[in-house]
Design a protein around this ligand. Structure first.
Ligand SMILES: *[C@@H]1O[C@H](CO)[C@@H](O)[C@H](O)[C@H]1NC(C)=O
Ligand SMILES: *[C@@H]1O[C@H](CO)[C@@H](O)[C@H](O)[C@H]1NC(C)=O
Length: 505
């Protein structure tokens, strides 16, 4: 600071009017190009921009064996000892099945506009196809009516990882092309029953994650991968077969919706894909830039290239050869254009480079320094600019489709055994995360991306898949030691304030 003269002092003064210390630090240390950072407030976003929160059936509903529900692969998988941290299950989860009315009030209290939740396939069809469980249907009737009564818009996901166990047993679930017919019947039932009320349908949540974690690494249901890690599976081929059949199932469901329901129901249908953002390990290396580009293609291009262009990315074809299935001309025509909007789940970013044998190597560290602040999830580092770059990448590659950020958030450790509740309710890191990521979503909107909404993950602490209840992603705290009481974390007050509606009189 010894050389700081008048111009420099002026710069610091300009910096100081920015909102936060971090922005101040970036501004002071960064180049002279200063981007004015927008205030994170509802009124900064385009009018009609939707704010909501997301959940998934198996993570919150509980009532796993109640009211006629059939078993899903997660009911079976979570009961295998050693699969979930602490050997926990979603049998009860946070009991949303019985407390949905209270929980929707909590969402309303955040000044949110929309609720994204998933339907449990086996609550509707306990065996995946055939006999309907009307008690399960009634549950979603009530949930959707309650959401609408509070003036909240339902965004409904049909498949959030809970394949009916009966279909996994009989045909191998997503491994079989026969699944397309079963999924289509389930989807048609949902459109018919709830399509007059639900205007945003999401066929799938994160095919990438259930294909990789369920069939390549085996850490999620149905827990398949190559020997000796798993008892059955093939990590080289199955993830791509599973994803292929899921994409075809998606395309058939969209086709059904458009042919049979869209004209009368006037809704939209899309898919939610997850993707990290990848930075080149060495930002000056053209090879690393290529690696980062191919890493994004293999993550989100895996799904969106077929949906927008009718085929998989050329880089995936080159890298995977015959392990990657191909679409027939007829299938390609069905898959291509099968979206009214794209949902993006985004949490974190990594570096990419090529390994010795030309494979893409991904890492969170460069010269021992992490790409962003670490969090309790070993896969989640805080890199707010990543969401802006990802939204721009998708907008450019696919010619500016309608986008929704359908999940974004971070966790803290479950410290219920070591910390008083009042301290656990203080979550400044979550507020910081939401602030910085929402700010970058806003910057993406200003870059020209057609982002129409933002959904925070998640409304409540919940069953975090293989991590069980060891991490807490909720805006609301769930007191597992005290009857699952819902308590507001600091981020509740932050959302309420940021999302309050102001009127110009
Ligand atoms: C979970 O189950 C595994 C396998 O049976 C066992 O080794 C482990 O001790 C169990 N963990 C807990 C926390 O009960
Ligand atoms: C990239 O190259 C430029 C120009 O040679 C140099 O100033 C900069 O420090 C390099 N950046 C990195 C990350 O190596």
């Amino acid at each position: 600071m010894a050389t700081c003269k008048g111009a420099c002092l002026l710069l610091i003064a300009v910096c100081l009017v920015f909102q936060s210390f971090q922005e101040f630090a970036e501004c002071r240390e960064g180049p002279m190009i200063i981007e004015e950072l927008p205030t994170v407030q509802r009124s900064s976003f385009p009018s009609g921009f939707v704010f909501g929160s997301s959940t998934a059936a198996y993570q919150i509903e509980g009532a796993a064996r109640e009211a006629g529900k059939g078993a899903s692969i997660w009911d079976i998988f979570s009961h295998q000892p050693g699969k979930i941290l602490g050997n926990k299950t979603g049998d009860i989860a946070v009991d949303h099945y019985h407390r949905y009315a209270e929980d929707i009030w909590l969402l309303k209290d955040l000044n949110m506009d929309a609720y994204r939740f998933s339907i449990s396939w086996t609550r509707i069809f306990p065996n995946g196809v055939g006999v309907v469980n009307w008690e399960g249907v009634k549950y979603y009737d009530n949930l959707i009516d309650h959401v609408l009564e509070l003036g909240i818009d339902p965004y409904v996901t049909l498949y959030h990882w809970d394949m009916p166990q009966a279909l996994d047993n009989s045909i191998g679930g997503w491994l079989s092309p026969d699944i397309i017919d079963s999924f289509s019947k389930y989807a048609r039932f949902c459109f018919e029953r709830w399509g007059s009320k639900v205007k945003h349908w999401i066929t799938f949540n994160e095919i990438h994650t259930f294909a990789i974690s369920g069939y390549m690494t085996g850490v999620m249901a149905p827990g398949r991968c190559s020997a000796p890690v798993c008892v059955a599976g093939n990590s080289d081929t199955e993830p791509y077969i599973v994803a292929h059949h899921a994409l075809l199932s998606h395309a058939h469901a969209v086709d059904i919706y458009r042919k049979e329901f869209k004209d009368t129901q006037q809704g939209m249908i899309g898919i939610t894909t997850d993707s990290m953002w990848f930075e080149p390990l060495d930002s000056n290396s053209s090879s690393d830039k290529q690696a980062a580009q191919e890493a994004v293609e293999a993550y989100i291009g895996w799904y969106l290239d077929p949906i927008f262009y009718g085929h998989y990315p050329a880089s995936m074809r080159r890298n995977l050869g015959s392990n990657l299935p191909t679409f027939t001309a007829e299938e390609a025509a069905l898959v291509k254009g099968s979206q009214d909007f794209v949902g993006i789940n985004h949490y974190t970013s990594m570096y990419a480079t090529f390994g010795i044998s030309g494979e893409i190597v991904k890492t969170y560290y460069k010269d021992g320094v992490p790409i962003g602040d670490p969090t309790p999830s070993d896969w989640l580092f805080v890199v707010p600019f990543g969401i802006r770059k990802l939204l721009n990448w998708v907008s450019e590659r696919y010619h500016n489709p309608i986008l929704y950020v359908t999940e974004n958030g971070r966790a803290e450790f479950n410290k219920e055994d070591s910390m008083p509740i009042e301290d656990q309710l203080k979550d400044p890191e979550r507020i910081r995360y939401y602030h910085d990521y929402m700010q970058n979503v806003l910057l993406a909107v200003r870059d020209g991306c057609d982002v129409r909404g933002y959904f925070a993950w998640s409304l409540l602490d919940n069953f975090e898949w293989s991590e069980g209840y060891t991490v807490r992603f909720g805006i609301y705290y769930v007191d597992y030691k005290n009857g699952l009481a819902r308590l507001p974390k600091s981020s509740v007050f932050w959302f309420r304030q940021v999302l309050r509606k102001t009127f110009n009189l």
